[in-house]
Write a protein that binds this ligand. Sequence first.
Ligand code: SF4
Ligand code: SF4
Length: 249
Amino acid sequence: MGSVKDYFQSLGSGVLSLLKGMQVTGKEFVTPKITERYPEDRETYKWPERFRAVLELIYDNEGNHKCIACGTCERNCPNGTITIESKMVDTPAGTKKKKLDNYIYDLGSCTFCQLCVTTCPTGALRFSNDFEQSVFTRSKLVKKLNYLPEKPEPELTEEEKARLAAEKEAKIAAAKAKAAALKAEREAAAGAPAAAPAPAAPKADDAAAKALAAAKGDPEKEAKIRAALERAAALKAQREAAKKAEGDK
Ligand code: SF4
Ligand code: SF4
């Protein structure tokens, strides 16, 4: 009797399970398809924002990138995927500047951790979602990211030229004033007669005036020059007092 009951129970549960399965199948039968028909839908497919396919340098509309060849990305890459080659170039301002020569990236060893992107101080990198990167040899996965021709250093504007000239002059004048103050200090300490440094005084004054004029607008520089001048004046007064005392004896 018990076995007949078990038989009908298991028959009932089998029918229920069958109906449940048919319910799922029926639902999926009318649900819109979500599978992709790649590559037929290549033109219309929207790739997710977060998808990381390949590293690239960000170029603006004028063909400039922001990489300053600091090497931070290279140092932070855990796989040695990036190699930065830099060079020194002359700038129109007459100085030297470090510039990116080759940005080499090996897609074959990249783990897409994005450390390079997040640590770049200038925001020069990003991941594109161009995933179609199949090649026949690993060597073809090594890419040069700075692929556009290098541009010459931009010429200085007249304002920049004037600013640089003023800065240079201010530096020279400040150095002269400092040297004059130091000389006076040394002479005072050595108790030298005041007659010898007398001709140098106007020069220091000229230099000081020039330095102050050039440092106009830069309170820090101006304060430094004034402090040096005050020190020199104090020493001069000290020297003269010592000389007078000597004469009174
Ligand atoms: S991409 Fe960024 S971190 Fe890497 S070298 Fe250039 S500026 Fe430095
Ligand atoms: S994503 Fe990670 S592994 Fe790939 S180049 Fe950047 S730091 Fe290296």
